[in-house]
Design a protein around this ligand. Structure first.
Ligand code: CUA
Length: 357
C-alpha cells in the first residue's frame, strides 16, 4: 500500500483529502453552532456561516492532508543522506493556487457585503431605542415613546428597531446572540445597529467586552412581545413614570407604593411587614419613620423625607451602621421617575409609623 501511494502520490492525496473532507463537513455542519434565531438577520447570518464552513473545511482538509501525506510517504529512509531532486517551480500549479483562492475570497466578500447591507438596511417607521452601557448595567430609553426609560429592554415583534448605542464610561459590547447582533460601545461615539425581532420570548442581552470587575454580571434580558402587548407595556410604564403609578393603582397611593416596592426589587433585601417582606440584606424598614429616618436624617441634616429619598437615589452616601456597603444598586435614580421615587418615599414613611403628607 505504502509503495503504491509513493508511486502515485496524487492518488493517495486525493483519496485522503476526499475522505477527510466528507468527515470534516459532516461534523462541522451537524454542529448546532448558534442559539435560537430571533431576528430577520439570523437566517442570513447562519447561511453565510454555513457557506464559509462548506468552503473552508475542504481547503483546510486539503492543505492538512497533503502535509500529513508528505510526512508519511516521502520520509527519508534510514541512512539516506543524499539531497532531494532540485525543483524550479511549477507555473501551472502556481497559477491554479493563486487563482482559485482569489476567486473564492472575492466571491465571499461580495456575498458578505450583500448580507451586511441587507441586515443593516434602513427602513421607514423604525423604532429608535437608545442603549446606554455603564459599569455594569445596560439601560434603555425610547425617544419615540414619550422618552420612556427602562432598565429592561422590551421590543415589539416584527418592527424594525434602530439601536443607538452609547457608553457612560469604558468600552462595552452590546450583544444579543439570538438576534445575531453585536456592537461595541465606544466612549464619545454613538454606534447604530438595526434589527427586526421576529420571535416572541425572552433573550439575552450580554456585555461581550471585558469592561471591569463586574463584566460577567453585565447580563440582562430582552423581551419580545406582540405589538399590542408592547403598546400596553409602554402605556403602563409611561403612566407609572408620570404619576408615580397612582392612577394605575386606582388612585390609591399606598397601593402604588407597595407595587413599586415589590416590583423594583426593594422586597428582595428589606423587611417590610406591609409588603409581606422579611429579607434581611439591608436595614429593616418597619420602624423607618419612627426611628431610622428621624435619627439618621438628623445626623445628615435631612428631614425624614429627604433621608429616605437620598437613600434610594444615592445609597452609598450614607449606609446604616453594621450593613454592607455598596450592596444596594445605585441605578434607582435613573430607573425610576421622580414621581415614582416620591410615591415610594411617601409609602415607606406612611407604613412605617409616620404621617408623611
Ligand atoms: Cu460591560 Cu463587559
Amino acid at each position: 500500500m505504502s509503495r503504491l501511494l509513493r508511486k502515485r502520490p496524487a492518488l493517495g492525496m486525493a483519496l485522503l483529502s476526499g475522505i477527510a473532507t466528507v468527515v470534516g463537513l459532516a461534523i462541522s455542519l451537524s454542529i448546532d453552532w448558534f442559539p435560537a434565531q430571533a431576528s430577520t438577520a439570523a437566517g442570513d447570518i447562519d447561511n453565510l456561516w454555513d457557506v464559509l464552513l462548506i468552503l473552508s473545511v475542504p481547503i483546510f482538509v486539503l492543505v492538512m492532508s497533503v502535509a500529513l501525506y508528505s510526512v508519511f510517504a516521502f520520509r527519508v529512509p534510514p541512512g539516506d543522506m543524499s539531497d532531494g531532486a532540485p525543483i524550479h517551480g511549477n507555473t501551472k500549479l502556481e497559477v491554479i493556487w493563486v487563482t482559485i483562492p482569489f476567486v473564492i475570497v472575492s466571491a465571499l466578500s461580495v456575498y458578505a457585503a450583500v448580507v451586511l447591507s441587507d441586515i443593516e438596511a434602513k427602513e421607514k417607521g423604525a423604532m429608535i431605542v437608545n442603549v446606554t452601557g455603564q459599569q455594569f448595567a445596560w439601560s434603555f430609553d425610547y425617544p419615540g415613546e414619550g422618552k420612556l426609560k427602562s432598565n429592561r429592554l422590551v421590543l415589539p415583534k416584527g418592527r424594525r428597531v434602530e439601536f443607538r448605542v452609547k457608553t457612560k464610561d469604558v468600552i462595552h459590547s452590546f450583544w444579543v446572540p439570538q438576534f445575531r447582533l453585536k456592537t461595541d460601545t465606544v466612549p464619545g461615539l454613538t454606534t447604530k445597529i438595526r434589527v427586526t425581532p421576529n420571535r416572541l420570548g425572552s433573550f439575552d442581552v450580554v456585555c461581550a467586552e471585558l469592561c471591569g470587575i463586574g463584566h460577567s454580571t453585565m447580563r440582562q434580558a430582552v423581551r419580545v412581545l406582540p405589538p399590542a402587548q408592547f403598546a400596553a407595556w409602554v402605556a403602563k410604564r409611561t403612566q407609572r413614570a408620570g404619576d408615580g403609578g397612582v392612577a394605575a393603582a386606582g388612585g390609591d397611593a399606598a397601593a402604588a407604593g407597595k407595587g413599586l416596592f415589590n416590583d423594583t426589587g426593594c422586597k428582595a433585601c428589606h423587611t417590610l411587614a406591609d409588603a409581606g417582606s422579611d429579607a434581611k440584606i439591608g436595614p429593616g424598614l418597619d420602624d423607618l419613620a419612627e426611628k431610622d429616618a428621624v435619627m439618621f436624617g438628623k445626623k445628615n441634616g435631612q428631614s425624614p423625607e429627604e433621608y429616605v429619598k437620598n437613600s434610594i437615589e444615592d445609597p452609598a452616601a450614607f449606609v446604616v451602621p453594621k450593613f454592607p456597603k455598596d450592596t444596594m444598586p445605585k441605578t434607582y435614580k435613573d430607573d425610576l421617575s421622580p414621581e415614582e421615587i416620591d410615591t415610594l418615599v411617601k409609602y415607606l414613611l406612611t407604613v412605617s409609623g409616620g404621617k408623611s403628607k
